[in-house]
Design a binder for this molecule. Structure first.
Ligand code: ZN
Length: 302
């Protein structure tokens, strides 16, 4: 869990990372929720003790968020219709507005407001990490689709015998070949050698390892398909790639640009750039959304 205290101007006054309890343990979902509540309460107390006034709280989580009911379904947190917003309100008490949002959409929002997507009205933030999800900015708005939008990672781009089973239950999803986790898993499956994450696959790629090259090629091909599809559907002017894989820099970005360029005919070609806010994007987006809520509430009160 990445968390912090963020001032109105975006300055990070305090930042920390806390371990997320294992969700697969007994009552793991409850343990994750308890850890979240404890973090929010302790950070609020810290802010107050240091003379700050907590104006709003932003919490971002993975999964499907029902904004109307404040519930979250997130398989890897063992949450099913979990009343996260109600629990947060009970823990914090009345008087402090709480925003509950999706982690990747919050990251995209931060990139839109202060990062690689600043100035765009049609764009996408696509972090390639353990999983893949997209934050879609369409005609100036961050699209949430009632909590369901942006699951580009669970679109099928691998067909036939090459398709692997995805955590979502479908076969051949983008996430099964192009996430950082998939690179490591697929390299290990091909070679029988366990590797220390995507980073090691990238090192092997640079050293000329043919299996690393094949795994990388498969990831790029699926990513290019995904970017072309997104470009054709919603015509972004800029796509910011984030997550662990963007550490590969131009080794990733240049073939994506070339691959997308070669496939477009009439479509508007997007710039493909690296996201700039790194691992803090979600936290910064949560804070930005919280400040927006505080400002809106103030306006309502006149
Ligand atoms: Zn999937």
């Amino acid at each position: 869990m990445k968390c912090g205290l963020v001032a109105a101007d975006g300055a990070v006054l305090h930042r920390e990372t806390r371990p997320t309890p294992r969700a697969d343990a007994r009552d793991g979902g409850r343990a994750v929720l308890d850890a979240l509540l404890e973090t929010v309460v302790e950070l609020s107390q810290k802010a107050t003790a240091e003379g700050h006034h907590v104006r709003a709280i932003g919490v971002v989580v993975p999964g499907v968020i029902d904004a109307e009911h404040g519930t979250v379904g997130a398989e890897n947190l063992e949450w099913t219709g979990t009343p996260v917003l109600a629990e947060l309100k009970a823990a914090v008490g009345d008087g402090v507005p709480i925003v509950l949002a999706h982690d990747v959409r919050a990251g995209g929002y931060a990139e839109l407001r202060h990062g690689a997507l600043a100035g765009t009205t049609n764009s996408m933030f696509l972090p390639l990490g353990t999983g893949i999800a997209a934050a879609m900015i369409v005609d100036g708005s961050l699209v949430s689709g009632d909590g369901y939008a942006g699951e580009l990672g669970h679109s099928k781009f691998i067909h036939g015998d090459a398709a692997e089973l995805c955590a979502c239950g479908q076969w051949g999803c983008l996430e099964t070949v192009a996430s950082a986790a998939a690179l490591a898993r697929r390299y290990a499956a091909r070679t029988g050698r366990t590797v220390d994450g995507a980073r090691e696959v990238m090192e092997l790629l640079a050293a000329g390892d043919p299996d690393a090259a094949q795994v990388w090629h498969d990831a790029l091909a699926a990513l290019i398909d995904a970017l072309v599809l997104y470009t054709t559907l919603v015509a972004p002017t800029r796509i910011a790639i984030g997550g662990g894989l963007v550490g590969a820099g131009e080794t990733l970005l240049q073939p994506l640009r070339e691959g997308v360029h070669a496939r477009l005919t009439f479509q508007r070609e997007p710039e493909i750039v690296a996201a700039v806010l790194g691992e803090e994007a979600g936290m910064l987006g949560a804070a930005q959304m919280a400040w927006d809520r505080a400002a809106a509430d103030e306006e309502d009160r006149g």
